[in-house]
Each structure stands twice: as structure tokens, then as C-alpha cells.
Design a protein around this ligand. Structure first.
Ligand code: ATP
Ligand code: MG
Length: 652
């Protein structure tokens, strides 16, 4: 064999080992954003964000780009704009009124609506007039508790239009969770629906609202959309949407609001404790949500059909179903229901029907699809897809590769996007036309974002090192504070490392300096003096062919400080035989080293997750340490903990 060939073979083996995916040539050639953006932002970060802000329409230009009184930031000071005008009216004025803003797909098959930008302008104007008639004005808080129906984005935009501050609460939360959020924000109005469709049946929302507002003196009215036609109890605070909104004028003149006027409060999903009311404002938030949507998904508004599968009750839905896509004039899909109704191919059927080109979903969904089997997506034509995104948790390399291969036809780049409710928009992500993707890595801070990994002395770690993720400089869509609690804002985010924002996540820098997110630092385990990340052990488990999902926690152990306890869901056909626990423990030891070998493997049918799909490890830690189980109010399905507890005695 000629030496040259030999080299090539070694190289391709290495490449396969590293699993790097270069951007497709045609995508790179026509990409919205090129490598130059990093240089531009490095030269002058504020000038870079000014150019991003210029993509919006301002009623009055700002006079100072950034006023930074750490840790309080003001962006685009004295600038004035209306968010709803930017998301809706300006596209109509530009002659794109007939363009589709949303293809809405209800859960019952055949129940769909097409909403153009002109339709949206009329509906948002009517809703804005209705809110005004109910006495809601600028600065008032409006709680929104709705299913994924068109009136949901309309409600957000109506609030934005008049300067009212919305606070969206997941439609799956309990009355207690809803009430505490209404109270914390002193909401004057609640917008809801009789119910929504979930798993093939109407699921009521109104009774939960009735229960929640019973003792909420701040609430003057409850505005109710009729969606399912279920019977509802009626109080004198209640107003039907169709009675009030439908008779309003479809003309409404948007007022220009200050760049720093509040846009919304959103309570974090509560994975780690009492939810925080994250406050976002107007100009900087819209600038970064719109720019990142344009850059990270390479959105071409003329030709792309974009689908973010998140719930609008989560920050991903705010920034990447409503504000970013609409500001960019995109055509998006909104789907009301679950991925398994009426069958497990529903997502792929929707992609085929609308020729979706960009899909943005979460690792938890991807792992579920893996569990259901490759044959399901294989039955559908997914060839329209050109960019895939992931958000919410670290994506296990195995899930990334499956997503790319089985959904993306081995063509599409996968962008793993790291960000949080607090950051408002994507912070760390590959750019699909620039970055060679590595499965499991979020890669690099976006242009204009200065993030780093530091040790506990706040010193930047070298390539190959690991530690705490920090953001060194303010960014336009950053949270401004925690609603009503500046001190908690300072303590939570700005006290661990002086002068830096600390998101609470751990990260690693690889030899190329690329970033791998490791999840929350509270989830890092200390085993016999070694820091081991739950994410890495979970990814090792998921790389075993019999494993669909895994959650790992550190349980107190008299010998090793903490011991690794794993909760594992097996793939469809895999059996629960005696030897599986041993096989998986050995597999982890082989993949990561003996130190990472779990003490215990528990085979479970489900994992406890928040509505946004994140695993609630603190509850599993309670199980692993034989404690009574903590607060489950933000769980998507609280029965899951009983299923898991029932599994315990037989566990290995
Ligand atoms: P709480 O702070 O109340 O516990 P939460 O953190 O679950 O709620 P979110 O703001 O929805 O609320 O989630 C942000 C967190 O999700 C990040 O801090 C990070 O831990 C995780 N995350 C999101 N995207 C990624 C990603 N691409 N890679 C790794 N982790 C991610
Ligand atoms: Mg968080």
C-alpha cells in the first residue's frame, strides 16, 4: 500500500472517530452570516450590535448603545420602537401582507389555519383594542395561560403593542403554580381558553384558572378563548374572547415604546427551586432574538418554512416562535398537540405536509423518537429539511448523530444552541454555514457574545480544561433583573464570579477551544475526589444500543462521597433481563473509565421532566437517597414519580 493511501485512511478513520460534520457547500456559499461576523464583532462589539439593531424599524434611534452600571445594563438608550409593529405591520407595509406568518396545525387532524401577516395585523389590532377596553394599559401585567392556538401569539403581540407586560405560564401547570405567578407579578388580566387538545382529547384549562384566581385580588378580568367547546363555569370577571375581541376595530395605531420598557416576565422552568420572574425589555431583546434567528438558522424568509416545536410557554417559544421569526418576516408552523397523536409519525407528517426546511426541537424529543424506532420517520418525505436545531439540554452525541442521519438525511447541519430564559436569546451555537459541527458540542459563543470557561478562581481555563461557564460582557437580550427582586438578581447571577455573569452551568473547552456544555454545576458529582458530570455519564449510557434515555445523579455515599446512580429507559424492544444492569455498568466503565461506573442502575419506564422536557434530577436524588420527594408542581406529569418509586424494590 502506498504511503499516501495509508495516510488518507488513517485520516478518514480519525475523522470518523471525531465525527465532525462540515457545513454543506451550497449552504456555506449562500449563508446569511459568514466567518467575517466574528472578526467584525471582535473589532467592535457595540458597533456589531448596532448593525443588528438596524435590522429593526425604530421610531427614534438610540443615542447610547450600552449604558453598563454592573450588573444593570441598558441597551439602545432613548431609542423608541414598537415590537408588534416590527413583528407584523412593517411586513404588511412592505407589501408582504399575503405572506403566511403561521401555518397553524391543531391536534385533531384536519383542524388547521393559515394566518398571513395581514391577518395577524388585524387580529393583533383587535386584541390590542380589546385589552384597552378592559382597562389594561402600559406597564400593566397580563398573565397568559393558554394552549398552543393562534390566539396565544396574538395575545403576546397585543400586549407588546400597548406596552403591557405579559407573563406566560405553561398550560400544563397547576392552579398553585399559576396563582403564585399571578400574585408575584400582580397581574390585572388573565387570558386563557376553555381548554386545548392533548393526546386526542380536550383537556380543560378554565377550571385551573378559576381555582387560581379565586383569591387573586389583582385580577380584574379573565378573557377566555373558546377552543374545545367544553362546559365552563362562569364568573362575573369572565369575558369571552369572541364577544369582546371580534367586535373591535381592526385598526390600531402602535405607540413607540422605550427600548428599555419591559416586554415580558417569564418564570424559569423551576428545575432547581423557586421560579424566578425573569424580566426582559424591548429593544435589545428584539435585536438579539431576531439576529440570532437569522444567523443560527440561516433563515431565508422568502423560501424557508420554519418549525420550532417548543411550547410558547417556554422562553424558546417566546424568542423562536413569536418574536425572532416574526421580526424576520418568517413563515412558521405552530402545532397544538403532542408528537404521538394520533400516531407517532405526526411530526414527520407535518414536515412532509408543509415542506418544512428548518426544524428546532429538544434532545428529550429526539431521544423519544429514537426510542420509538427509525422506521417511523423513514416512512415520510423529510427531504425539504436543510437545518436542524437543538435546545434545552446538552445533546448526547448519539442523539445528535441519530437526528442528523434519520431526520436530516445525513445532509443537514445540526446546531446545538445553548442559552437560558435569562439570556433571552441564543448565546453559544455553531453557525450552519461556517462551523464544522461536533456531535454534543455547542462550539463557540456567537459573534458579539463574550463567554468563557473559568476555574473556581475565575481564571480562564486552557484548551482541554473544564470549569464554569461565564459571560464576560453584557449582551442585548440579557435579563434586566428578577421581577421585584434586584438583590436576588445580583446574588444569583453576579456574585459567584465578580464582574461576570454566571449562568450556573459547567462546561469544557476541547483541544480546539470549542465548548461542550455539561449541564448545571449542581448536577456535577464528586466521586472519590473526581468531578464527574451527569451529562457525560448519561451520554455514555445513551451510546449503548439498548438505552433510549438516561438520567444520572450523585447520591451520598459513605466511601466515595457521592456514588453514581443511574435511571435508565430501555429502547422499545430491549428486554429487562437480569444482566442488563451489569452490562450497562461495564459499558460506562469502558467508555469513560472505571471511576464513572454507576453504583446502581435502575430500569424505569419514564423520567421526571419539566414541561420544557428537562430532567428534574433533584427529584431523582431524593429517590436515590431515600428521602421523601420534593416539590413536584412544575413536573409535566407528577404520576411519573409514583411509577419510578414502584420500580424501586426490584432494582439492582
Ligand atoms: P431553573 O433555572 O428554574 O431551574 P431552567 O434552567 O430549567 O429553570 P431554562 O432557562 O429553560 O430554565 O433552561 C436553561 C438551562 O437549560 C441552561 O442553563 C442549561 O442548563 C440548559 N440548556 C439549554 N440549552 C442547552 C444546550 N444546548 N446545551 C446544554 N445545556 C442547555
Ligand atoms: Mg436555569
Amino acid at each position: 500500500m502506498a504511503p499516501e493511501r495509508e495516510n488518507q485512511e488513517t485520516l478518514s478513520n480519525l475523522l470518523r472517530e471525531d465525527r465532525r460534520f462540515e457545513p454543506p457547500v451550497d449552504l456555506a456559499a449562500a449563508a446569511n452570516v459568514t466567518a467575517e461576523a466574528y472578526e467584525e464583532a471582535n473589532r467592535d462589539r457595540l458597533a456589531f450590535w448596532e448593525r443588528a439593531a438596524e435590522r429593526l424599524t425604530w421610531a427614534k434611534r438610540w443615542d447610547t448603545t450600552l449604558d453598563w452600571q454592573p450588573p444593570f445594563a441598558k441597551w439602545f438608550v432613548n431609542g423608541k420602537l414598537n415590537v408588534a409593529y416590527n413583528c407584523v405591520d412593517r411586513h404588511v407595509e412592505a407589501g408582504n401582507g399575503d405572506k403566511v406568518a403561521y401555518y397553524w396545525e391543531g391536534e385533531p387532524e384536519g383542524d388547521s389555519r393559515t394566518i398571513t401577516y395581514a391577518d395577524l395585523q388585524k387580529e393583533v389590532s383587535r386584541a390590542a383594542n380589546a385589552l384597552t377596553e378592559l382597562g389594561v394599559g402600559k406597564g400593566d401585567r397580563v398573565a397568559i395561560y393558554m394552549p398552543m392556538i393562534p390566539e396565544l401569539p396574538v395575545s403576546l403581540l397585543a400586549c407588546a403593542r400597548i406596552g403591557a407586560i405579559h407573563s406566560v405560564v405553561f398550560g400544563g401547570f397547576s392552579a398553585t403554580a399559576l396563582k403564585s405567578r399571578i400574585d408575584d407579578a400582580d397581574a390585572k388580566l388573565v387570558i386563557t381558553a376553555d381548554g386545548g387538545f392533548r393526546r386526542g382529547a380536550p383537556s380543560a384549562l378554565k377550571p385551573t384558572v378559576d381555582e387560581a384566581v379565586k383569591d387573586c385580588p389583582s385580577v380584574e378580568h379573565v378573557l377566555v378563548v373558546r377552543r374545545t367547546g367544553q362546559d365552563v363555569d362562569w364568573t362575573d370577571k369572565d369575558v369571552w374572547w369572541h364577544d369582546l375581541v371580534d367586535r373591535q376595530s381592526e385598526e390600531h395605531t402602535p405607540e413607540a415604546h422605550d427600548a428599555e420598557d419591559p416586554l415580558y416576565i417569564l418564570y424559569t422552568s423551576g428545575t432547581t427551586g423557586k421560579p424566578k420572574g425573569i424580566l426582559h425589555t424591548t429593544g435589545g431583546y428584539l435585536t438579539q432574538s431576531a439576529w440570532t434567528h437569522h444567523a443560527v438558522f440561516d433563515l431565508k424568509p422568502e423560501t424557508d418554512i420554519y418549525w420550532c416545536t417548543a411550547d410558547i410557554g417556554w422562553v424558546t417559544g417566546h424568542s423562536y416562535i413569536v418574536y425572532g421569526p416574526l421580526a424576520n418576516g418568517a413563515t412558521s408552523i405552530i402545532y397544538e398537540g403532542t408528537p404521538d397523536t394520533p400516531h407517532r409519525g405526526r411530526f414527520w407528517e407535518i414536515i412532509q405536509k408543509y415542506h418544512v426546511t428548518i426544524l428546532y426541537t429538544a434532545p428529550t424529543a429526539i431521544r423519544t423518537f429514537m426510542k420509538w424506532g427509525d422506521d417511523i420517520p423513514a416512512k415520510f418525505d423529510l427531504s425539504s429539511l436543510r437545518v436542524l436545531g437543538s435546545v434545552g439540554e446538552p445533546i448526547n452525541p448519539e442523539a445528535y448523530v441519530w437526528y442528523r442521519e434519520h431526520i436530516g438525511g445525513s445532509r443537514t447541519p445540526v446546531v446545538d444552541t445553548w442559552w437560558q430564559t435569562e439570556t433571552g436569546a441564543i448565546m453559544i451555537s455553531p453557525l450552519p454555514g461556517v462551523t464544522a459541527g461536533k456531535p454534543g458540542a455547542a462550539m463557540k459563543p456567537l459573534p458579539g457574545i463574550v463567554a468563557d470557561v473559568v476555574d473556581d478562581q475565575a481564571q480562564s481555563v486552557p484548551s482541554g480544561g473544564g470549569g464554569f461557564l461565564v459571560v464576560r460582557e453584557p449582551w442585548p437580550s440579557m435579563l434586566r433583573t428578577i421581577w421585584g427582586d434586584d438583590q436576588r438578581y445580583i446574588d444569583t447571577y453576579w456574585s459567584r464570579f465578580k464582574g461576570f455573569y454566571f449562568p450556573g452551568d459547567g462546561a469544557k473547552k476541547d483541544e480546539d477551544g470549542d465548548l461542550w456544555l455539561l449541564g448545571r454545576v449542581d448536577d456535577v458529582m464528586l466521586v472519590s475526589g473526581h468531578n464527574i458530570s451527569t451529562t457525560e455519564v448519561e451520554s455514555a449510557l445513551v451510546s449503548h444500543p439498548k438505552v433510549a434515555e438516561a438520567a444520572v445523579v450523585g447520591a451520598t455515599d459513605p466511601v466515595t462521597t457521592q456514588a453514581i446512580v443511574s435511571f435508565v429507559i430501555l429502547r422499545g424492544a430491549a428486554d429487562e433481563g437480569e444482566d442488563i444492569a451489569k452490562e450497562l455498568r461495564d459499558h460506562v466503565a469502558k467508555t469513560l473509565g472505571p471511576i464513572a461506573k454507576p453504583r446502581q442502575i435502575l430500569i424505569v419506564p419514564e423520567l421526571p421532566k419539566t414541561r420544557s422536557g428537562k430532567i428534574m434530577r433533584r427529584l431523582l436524588r431524593d429517590v436515590a437517597e431515600n428521602r421523601s420527594i420534593g416539590d413536584v408542581t412544575t413536573l409535566a406529569d407528577s404520576a411519573v414519580m409514583n411509577l419510578i418509586a414502584a420500580k424501586l424494590p426490584s432494582a439492582a
